[in-house]
Write a protein that binds this ligand. Structure first.
Ligand SMILES: Nc1nc2c(ncn2[C@@H]2O[C@H](COP(=O)(O)OP(=O)(O)OP(=O)(O)O)[C@@H](O)[C@H]2O)c(=O)[nH]1
Ligand SMILES: [Mg+2]
Length: 673
């Protein structure tokens, strides 16, 4: 592959609702430009870009996949992202490397949720974009319906750049409103220039007028010319569009039929014409690159990087100063899905890959440490489950596998809950975590199951009690003898454990009293009535008995433990549950449903606040009720809503719920003894 200067490179993220044809579009681009010998199909599992078994099984993209194509003297790196919301983390990676985006939609008047979500995402950084109306060949394909729906519901308002010639089965090409030329598929399958069909003249005129207006808004001086003269020259139209697109204000719409490979070359041409080239600090000088995505497998990782200045060369050593590492680069390549096009160098503005870096991870800079790596917000995990190995002894393997998987997936969070001793994995949804389990098995040979996480309840008491703990075994040999009598009462919330030694005289000698205390503290830490740590209890040691020969530290620890178990059960034990403060963002029309959902979750709404056409709901909700919230929110809002939670405080669990947990635990633990 020849070397392309940055001005002739376009890095383009492909975004949109699931199933609109993003991967197929990229496959078509690979095929029509001769980058691959066959047209891949996501239905048949032959797509170069959806090459992982988890993707082929579900017929959706899961990982960011990169394919480079050359067209018309331009090199376009297509970054195909998954449309499924669970894999939104991959969109972040793509946006870290791409200057521009293609938003792919179906030729339908129904605006998909994923289109709205992608649009909002791109608006956050005013990202330059083109809209691609795909599936023009399908029955009921409706280019103008799709265009009108987007123009009425999206800001900035998209504007047509290409118009389809024919529709459904007779779709055969496009009219380019900027060049005022028509392009149709020629007999050799390649695009050929053609006259604009007569029956389209007035339509073309009308839509070109709209395009010129949009171009005029790209630049103040153009706007003046336009207002003075009522029109713009062809060069000014192109310049205005380029400026407007670059500022994220003008969003031109093109159309195609990806499966039939129609409209793909004109689309690539529009990408080169209108989307911005990478902004490069320096084409010469020391090499600097940022790693924006990592693909992990048991044999080492593959790192995808974008060169910010200079050129990286195969077999070169480069520093990764953040990690204090010197990385030796192996063979560099340009990625095409799983295929690698080897290259001796990858230069400023371009995207490349390299295998087996030792320490470098996503987000790291390679080369000169000056300046900052472009950072992109990664969505926070919304759904967390506990993970367990299927076979005993596989804990280690699970941890290693998860560590590797989180290298390639910034939205996968792994942590151990010290209170419940569970290993937790957090992601964006249930499908996301299912895929994690499948990858653990396929790549790291370990099978795991999941369950909703154990909630970190706490135990305390609400009444007082007095109880005796008696540990006496004196049948033959050295006996065991310890008796402790305690009184318990609740302390203020948050005071923890309070110990009082109120023994007058020597019913328990001084040296054994700490043993009683230790027995009580250890038992409380493990849980007394329901298996959760007990706190906010004052224990008064009031009496006991000992034996000069048979008493021991251990015997008094056991006596203490028995005493607290008895006392706690009698002192009206209660459970405290963690309450989180949730902030939920939903479209206005879903507000009612959202409030009633939070109500059924025992939530207390603390307020709502409008945010444009959205509402922000704040509520205090028990953590146990929020465990499946990500899934419920998605079904209530079709995926538009988002939320965050943070721990607020502990509150008493309603008695009937507490009773269930206490009884279940008592049954289980008496069964064991
Ligand atoms: N008729 C028709 N079908 C298409 C076209 N493009 C894609 N499809 C079909 O639409 C379905 C989804 O295509 P994909 O390319 O996998 O969609 P995607 O946008 O990558 O989906 P995700 O990866 O889940 O986000 C497949 O069945 C394709 O064959 C098209 O131009 N015309
Ligand atoms: Mg896809």
């Amino acid at each position: 592959m020849p070397r392309y200067g940055p001005e002739r490179i376009r890095n383009v993220a492909i975004l949109g609702h699931s199933h609109e044809g993003k991967t197929t579009l990229a496959e078509a681009a690979l095929f029509v430009t001769g980058a691959v010998p066959r047209m891949g199909s996501t239905d048949a599992g032959t797509a170069a870009l959806d090459f992982e078994p988890e993707e082929q099984k579900r017929k959706i993209s899961i990982n960011l996949a990169i394919g480079c194509v050359e067209h018309d003297g331009c090199k376009v790196n297509l970054l195909d992202t998954p449309g499924f919301f669970d894999f939104a983390g991959q969109v972040s990676s793509a946006l870290a490397a791409a200057e521009g985006a293609l938003v792919v939609v179906s030729a339908s008047p129904q605006l998909a949720v994923g289109t709205e979500v992608a649009w909002e995402r791109l608006n956050e950084s005013a990202r330059p974009r083109l809209v691609v109306v795909n599936k023009m060949d399908k029955e009921h394909a409706d280019f103008y319906g799709a265009l009108d729906a987007m123009r009425s519901q999206l800001t900035p308002k998209p504007v047509a750049l290409h118009l389809p010639i024919g529709s459904e089965a007779s779709f055969k090409g496009v009219v380019d409103l900027m060049r005022l030329k028509a392009f149709v598929a020629g007999p050799d399958g390649k695009g050929a220039e053609a006259p604009i069909p007569d029956d389209m003249t007035s339509l073309v005129e009308e839509r070109r007028e709209q395009l010129i207006e949009a171009a005029a808004e790209g630049d103040d001086s153009l706007l003046e010319t336009y207002l003075d003269e009522g029109t713009l020259s062809d060069e000014d139209v192109e310049r205005g569009l380029r400026l407007g697109v670059g500022a994220g204000k003008v969003c031109p719409v093109v159309c195609c039929a990806a499966t039939r490979m129609l409209g793909i070359r004109t689309l690539l041409r529009a990408v080169c014409d209108l989307l911005p080239a990478p902004a490069i600090q320096e084409t010469s000088g020391p090499a600097r690159a940022v790693v924006f995505n990592t693909y992990a497998d048991p044999f080492g990782r593959v790192s995808y990087f974008k060169v910010l200045s200079g050129c990286l060369r195969s077999d070169q050593h480069v520093p990764n100063s953040a990690r204090g590492a010197d990385e030796r680069l192996g063979q560099l390549f340009f990625p095409r899905g799983k295929e690698h096009v080897n290259s001796q160098e990858v230069c400023a503005g371009d995207i490349g890959g390299v295998a087996k870096l030792q320490q470098t991870l996503t987000g790291d800079l390679l080369g000169s440490p000056d300046g900052q790596a472009p950072s992109v917000a990664v969505p926070d995990p919304a759904y967390t489950v506990a993970i367990f190995p299927r076979s005993r002894g596989d804990e280690e393997k699970i941890s290693t596998g998860l560590a590797r998987l989180s290298e390639e997936d910034p939205t996968l969070r792994v942590r151990r809950n010290e209170e419940t001793h569970q290993l937790l994995i957090g992601g964006l949804g249930d499908v996301h975590l299912d895929v994690v389990l499948e990858k653990l098995k396929r790549k790291y040979g370990v099978e795991a199951t999941t369950a909703l996480p154990r909630v970190a309840y706490r135990e305390t008491i609400s009444g007082t009690a007095r109880a005796e703990g008696r540990h006496v075994k004196q049948s033959g040999g050295h006996g065991q003898y310890g008796v402790a009598v305690i009184q318990v009462e609740p302390t203020g919330r948050g005071e923890g454990f309070v110990w009082e030694d109120k023994i007058f005289g020597g019913s328990i000698p001084q040296n054994f009293r700490p043993s009683v205390q230790k027995g009580i503290v250890d038992t409380m830490a493990k849980g007394v009535v329901a298996g959760y740590p007990m706190e906010d209890v004052k224990v008064r040691l009031v009496d006991g008995k000992y034996h000069t020969v048979d008493s021991s530290d251990m015997a008094f620890q056991i006596a203490g433990s028995l005493a607290i178990r008895k006392a706690a059960l009698e002192a009206h034990p209660v459970l405290l549950e963690p309450i989180v403060e949730a902030e939920v963002r939903v479209p206005e029309r879903n507000l009612g449903d959202m409030m009633s959902d939070l109500n059924t979750k025992r939530g207390k709404i603390s307020g709502t606040e409008p945010d444009g056409s959205w509402q922000i709901v704040r509520a205090l909700v028990p953590e146990s009720e929020m465990q499946r919230f990500a899934l419920d929110l998605r079904s209530i809002t079709q995926g538009r809503g988002s939320f965050s939670t943070r721990f607020s405080h502990y509150e008493e669990l309603p008695a009937h719920l507490a009773r269930q947990l206490i009884e279940a635990y008592q049954k289980e633990s008496t069964g064991k003894e």
